[in-house]
Design a protein around this ligand. Structure first.
Ligand code: ASP
Length: 325
């Protein structure tokens, strides 16, 4: 018994030592970064900018894999089940918190299925429409939508997506249900908006800035507490009379639960370097956002954010009584 215990202890020691050695050499191969929405959308844009910088720092390629569907929960589920070896991570947004309540039978337990790397950025949303949508400003859009609630269509990226959350907030503020059209991400939704197949959408500035600047879509309002420097002419939704209509889309990087702490730490340091890069600050500013400060790009800060955001949205969703299932 004593011998077998000693052997078990020795084996554990060997495994721990091997783990420590591999954490020191990490990463030894390419890393997959799962984006739980379609390519070409706002989450994908943020992920690709960050992946490129982290990849240069880590000395290994980071391959962005788009796993869209079910408002981001399919991609998150993929990472929840992946090997916790540091070679799979997830870049996801606020939907990680809202989907924990919106889906009563999620395939993973949000607070227990992941480890944390850090926060990446907080992005405002914009309320936009196809270019030839009749109303010319926020006030007339509100009137028009109320008068045409049976025909106006609202695109989103599925239940749990930021566009879904913002769309729900809009419908609840106007007290009208609209016909919603779900996509695997707002990249493809934007294609349809540009093509005139759908009328309205709420989406992050990381997807809408170029279209707004190029006047290929009509923009009505921003969801940030203050107006944005890049669109000084656009009112906030609150200024437009919708009390409490304020939402910022925070993004974080997660790994599967059980990933060695040293690996999460290494990824976090790499994320902090990426966020401190002047190039990232410039690209983010062009897209209406800014990098999270180094103190937020840590496992602890993301864990705290996720926990507090689940607690913040749970009563709101429960009061609305809207669930994915
Ligand atoms: N903007 C999308 C959302 O609604 C996600 C995406 O396509 O990146 O959450």
């Amino acid at each position: 018994m004593a011998i077998s215990n000693r052997l078990t202890g020795l084996a554990a020691g060997v495994i721990l030592a091997a783990g420590a050695a591999s954490a020191q050499q990490y990463p030894e191969q390419s890393i997959t970064m799962v984006v739980p929405f379609a390519a070409g959308g706002p989450t994908d844009t943020v992920a690709r900018l960050i992946a490129e910088k982290m990849s240069a720092d880590l000395g290994q390629q980071i391959i962005v894999e788009n796993v869209g569907g079910a408002g981001g929960t399919l991609g998150a589920g993929r990472v929840a089940e992946a090997e916790p070896d540091g070679y799979t991570m997830l870049l996801a947004h606020i939907g990680m918190a809202t989907s924990a309540t919106l889906y009563r039978s999620l395939a993973y337990d949000t607070l227990n299925a992941f480890d944390y790397v850090g926060l990446v950025t907080e992005v405002p949303m914009t309320v936009i429409a196809r270019q030839d949508f009749e109303p010319s400003d926020f006030a007339s859009m509100i009137e028009y939508v109320k008068a045409n609630k049976d025909t106006v269509t609202l695109a989103n990226a599925g239940i749990g997506a930021a566009s879904h959350l913002c769309g729900m907030m809009l419908m609840s503020a106007l007290d009208v249900p609209l016909v919603t059209v779900p996509y695997k991400g707002t990249g493809p939704a934007m294609t349809d908006l540009l093509g005139g197949q759908v009328d309205l959408m709420c989406d992050q500035t990381t997807n809408t800035t170029k279209q707004i600047q190029g006047s290929t879509v009509k923009a009505y309002a921003v969801t940030s507490p203050e107006r944005l420097e890049i669109f000084p002419e656009l009112p906030t939704a609150i200024e437009g009379g919708l009390d409490g209509f304020e939402v910022m889309i925070w993004h974080g990087i997660y790994t599967p639960k059980g990933t060695p702490a040293e690996v999460n730490q290494r990824l976090s340091e790499s994320l902090q370097k990426a966020l401190a890069d002047a190039d990232i600050a410039t690209r983010f500013a062009e897209l209406g956002t800014e990098p999270s400060p180094a103190e937020d790009a840590t496992p602890e800060a993301l864990k705290t954010k996720l926990e507090s955001e689940i607690a913040r949205w749970k009563p709101v969703i429960e009061a609305a009584g809207v669930y994915a299932d």
